[in-house]
Unconditional design. Structure first.
Length: 179
């Protein structure tokens, strides 16, 4: 009869399995991929998804009070303490509390490394009652960014048409080498 011992077995790499679990957790849930909301909902502490996975959490929304439009979003990247300021033009759509941006992870990480970091003294708290009064006047300027509903933990804007959303995507150019 053979006696088995664990001494000769190679040890399992715990870091590799936790990295695989973290990579799997960053994948976009399928139910969010098929969901289509009629508005873009900026919800505090909602997850932010790039085109290829989760990249951070929404912390604040910057609204231009003179036009009642969403100007910028403040994101805390996953695994980082600093907060990043991004223009509202990078937002593609929302699904519940989740917000989708039209950048991939590499582009997002470049923005994290080279972008503007949030500084509390550059912003002030918005007057929610005034925003709701001004929302109707601003619709003609930028309908996709105009604030339609505001609450203590969320801001909503119209989704706009698919053609409008295509116009807001960054232009990607490719070059073809001639023979």
């Amino acid at each position: 009869m053979a006696i088995l011992s664990k001494r000769d077995l190679p040890r399992r790499d715990v870091t590799a399995s936790s990295a695989a679990a973290q990579q799997q957790a960053e994948v976009i849930p399928p139910e969010l991929l098929v969901r289509r909301d009629n508005t873009v909902r900026y919800e505090k502490d909602g997850p932010i998804y790039a085109t290829d996975g989760k990249v951070g959490t929404l912390k604040k929304v910057v609204v231009d009070e003179t036009t009642a439009e969403v100007a910028e979003i403040i994101i805390q990247p996953d695994g980082s303490e600093k907060m990043l300021v991004l223009p509202a033009d990078v937002v593609d759509r929302s699904a519940g509390a989740a917000l989708f941006i039209n950048l991939n992870r590499v582009q997002f990480n470049e923005r994290v490394n080279n972008g503007t970091t949030y500084s509390k003294n550059h912003f002030s708290k918005a007057d929610l009652k005034n925003l709701l009064k001004k929302k109707d006047a601003s619709r003609a300027l930028m309908p996709r960014k105009s604030v339609t509903n505001v609450g203590p933990d969320f801001v909503e804007t119209p989704l706009g048409s698919a053609i409008d959303r295509l116009g807001s995507r960054p232009v990607v150019t490719t070059s073809v080498a001639a023979d």
